[in-house]
Design a protein around this ligand. Structure first.
Ligand code: NAD
Length: 265
């Protein structure tokens, strides 16, 4: 299917690995020029090279989305290089299993800055560009844990707030032909689950098994399809929502989760 994205300009936050990089690659595959940001220069440059190999132009900007000045710089540099901004994928994020009574408030606030205010600020920065063009797409990466609790206390609330912000922003920008949707991934095999000390190991520590064993156990217990998803499973939905094929879809929060969410939301 030709998604009609050739020549469009996409910004992806947290584009150096995982779901962000897969989304950037999927959009590049469709002919989009891509700007990515993340904090670490090395991973960012490697990802930029991989994306550029698709034959599109790439801009990699070191930026921490908890810092408003970094977001302003990222968007300004992308607009300067490409002359337009068509699509924003708000993806940067993190998460860990947390206990309500022990979770430091500073950590909760930091994660809110990262996954909620970072996303709000990025959206506000791109809107003037999209308004000028009379068209735009914003895709926010939320989580199924924004719809049902996942045991990551701060994360669950923040991702729920992302869904409601998505719906409000979609209503607010509908008259400008800027469509705003959220993708709610279920468990996906990325750094977040698989890297040392991350969710797999955290869960394994509680269950008395290795991280990889815990990932398999979790999937068998919770995901009807019986396994985690791949970053590309989310990237395909992102590319579709960014495309002309999705021109009547806005304000939605779409699960891509192997059947994990059971309620009708
Ligand atoms: P990941 O750790 O592989 O990638 C996260 C990306 O965000 C990286 O590029 C990282 O450098 C970047 N990032 C982190 N903090 C940043 C900051 N302060 N400024 C700029 N960039 C920053 O994780 P992932 O699994 O690909 O997660 C991507 C998004 O998907 C996150 O918002 C996450 O909450 C969401 N998500 C992931 C899963 C999952 O199971 N992996 C499930 C649901 C939602």
């Amino acid at each position: 299917m030709d998604l009609g994205l050739k020549g469009k300009v996409t910004l992806v936050t947290g584009g150096s690995r995982g779901i962000g990089k897969a989304s950037a690659l999927a959009l590049a595959e469709e002919g989009c020029n891509v700007a990515i940001c993340a904090r670490g220069k090395e991973a960012l440059d490697e990802a930029a090279e991989e994306i550029g190999a698709k034959g599109v132009e790439v801009l990699a900007v070191q930026a921490d989305v908890t810092k408003p000045e970094d977001i302003e710089n990222f968007v300004a540099r992308a607009a300067e290089k490409f002359g337009r901004i068509d699509i924003l994928v708000n993806n940067a994020g993190t998460g860990r299993l947390s206990d309500l009574m022990e979770l430091p408030e500073e950590e909760f606030r930091y994660n809110m800055d990262l996954m909620l205010f970072g996303l709000i600020r990025c959206s506000k920065e791109v809107v003037p560009h999209m308004r000028k063009q009379g068209r735009g797409r914003i895709v926010n990466i939320s989580s199924i844990f924004g719809k049902q609790p996942g045991g990551l206390v701060d994360y669950d609330s923040i991702k729920a707030a992302v869904i409601m912000f998505t719906k409000d922003l979609a209503n607010y920008l509908a008259k400008d032909n800027i469509l705003v949707n959220a993708v709610c991934p279920g468990p996906i095999r990325t750094f977040l689950w698989e890297a040392p000390g991350q969710l797999g190991d955290q869960l394994g520590g509680m269950l008395g098994m290795s991280g990889q064993e815990a990932i398999t156990w979790f999937a068998e217990q919770n995901i009807p399809l019986g396994h985690h998803g791949d970053p590309e499973d989310i990237a395909n939905m992102v590319a579709f929502l960014a495309s002309e094929k999705a021109k009547f879809i806005t304000g939605q929060a779409i699960n891509v989760d192997g059947g994990m969410v059971k309620v009708c939301v």
